[in-house]
Design a protein around this ligand. Sequence first.
Ligand code: GLC
Ligand code: MG
Length: 423
Amino acid sequence: MDRLQTSARLMIVSDLDHTMVDHHDPENLSLLRFNALWEGYYRHDSLLVFSTGRSPTLYKQLRKEKPMITPDITIMSVGTEITYGTSMVPDDGWVEYLNQKWDKNIVREETRKFPELTLQAETEQRAHKVSFYVEKDKAQAVTKALAEALEKRGLDVKIIYSGGIDLDILPQGAGKGQALAYLHKKFTAEGKLPTNTLVCGDSGNDAELFSIPDVHGVMVKNAQEELLHWHAENAKDNPKIIHATKECAAGIIEAIGYFNLGPNVSPRDVADTLECKMDCMNPGLETVKYFLFYERWLRAEIDRSDLYIANLKANCHPTGIFMHPSGVEILLTDSLSELSKHYGDKQGKKFRVWVDRVSTIQLDSDTWLVKYNKWESLGEERKGCMATAIVSSKGGNGSTLIHAHQTWLEGSEGKDGPSSWIL
Ligand code: GLC
Ligand code: MG
């Protein structure tokens, strides 16, 4: 949370399954488009919050399966667990607050009396969340009876039905909306309330996100009946909430444009990514564009023109060094000659490249240190590295890459993967 010195320009609070992540798209195109937009235009001054029903275990599993970038804040288990940063430091204040009028053992005891309820996997039972499956036609009656039974036992709970199958029981103060309200309060106390907040969801447990004051909201096109129904009953006259015409992450990008929240054209939607010169003022965007070029070159999705390579070489310092994660050291210009030879190597294959956590530090008046993680995937295989690059400006006329250094991310070393790791 300390990453930004001032208010975030935009805070996106997004659900994952069927909102940020489209499980019906094996190519993950809208997710990759969102990633490129975020890293290129928002990462440096905005906040990304993932708010999921998943437990930490299932959340981490999803991160391995899909090309996801890293959020600044992760809200898991339907707003009962809040963590910060890459190391996912838990918010202990939130946990304490949730203990009020909550007793998990009583919930387990009372729910055993309902044969309609099937307990979910043990990983999904959390300190402040007890979860079941229940058929759609039985959900309403069960919810009502359960609420009464638990109230009689002195508990104050919230029962949420999602996806036409999942039933979660949480403390009354928990939930995705309450967790967001808590964050807003925290930011306000620090004088850093984001300028705009956009909430994004598709199912029942996301409904509360849309009732937090002053937020913009997008229900993605594929939103579940229960969320659309909630909206019709509770928020249909709120002009700050839209039902997108596009599915999942494409709907999020649509909402950024609709509400004028900032740039809304993903670099992935721009055909010629090397059209613009390297620009020191926005190294994040240049990094995103460069790796899009790299992906397209290897997939043979752009012309095999030596001009591209020549232009890139012209932007490298003649004695600049590239440290390959394997430890091999070569001239930057030689590494580009190497890339040139691999044109089309990944043609027709499920090969993707994306960058995560792009950040920049200005070292002196015309030198910048750019840091990012880069991932390459080929089908199910993936490999990642942590990279740093030193870039120097050419007096308002583009920039020069002076040095680049990559180190395998944990688990990537020696692992089979997209064998062509070139740059
Ligand atoms: C996720 C969780 C599950 C929960 C559901 C709806 O799928 O894994 O426990 O019931 O979200 O909130
Ligand atoms: Mg969802």
